[in-house]
Design a protein around this ligand. Sequence first.
Ligand code: CDP
Length: 206
Amino acid sequence: MIVTIDGVAASGKSSVSGGVARALGVPYVSSGLLYRAAALLALEAGVDLRDAPAVLGLLEGRGVRLEPLAEGNRVWLGQRELTADLHSTRVDKGVSAVAALPDVRAWVDAQLRLLPEPFVAEGRDMGTNVFPQAQAKFYLTASPRVRAERRAKERPEDIPAIEAALTRRDEADRRQITPAADALVIDTGPLDLQGVIDVILSTLPD
Ligand code: CDP
């Protein structure tokens, strides 16, 4: 079984997916972390974020691997763990550029499709492109202000700066943020984390 949870930036996808996955006793898969790893490697190597062959070369040549654990996903570059470096403001800013590269998207999609079922997959295009066959699909939204207030707990910038950056990223990601036609769209604004998890669990097929 595959459950997909897509949504806009900072809509709570990772926390919700983790909660749903733990309730189901399955891992969750954070596709965004692979795009973040691509951005981090390109930034560290001084490679242009729009240079598809160079970014793909870094991903393929250096053994980037996603470890999709139920308690939190980890990303490895050989023996080096990248996870703690993937949520910096620098990576937030650069990630949409590498995510726009079709070759990078194809590489990420191929990694995800190798994973053994069952799992909960979260990102932007899990229900549309990567796992269109998923048994249950959800799409999380919230206003930019609500999302910025949530993310302010994880970033050093103030709420207006975070809101502006999130809005820019939604715009840069616009190609991959259309909900699947068969996804249940959930406005997470009025709900807390457990509230969103409960809505999803209560609508899952047996
Ligand atoms: O949690 P947040 O929405 O901030 O980020 P994320 O899910 O880790 O995704 C980071 C970036 O990766 C997004 O802004 C997209 O550019 C890209 N992404 C994508 O293009 N497709 C996906 N399935 C997941 C992420």
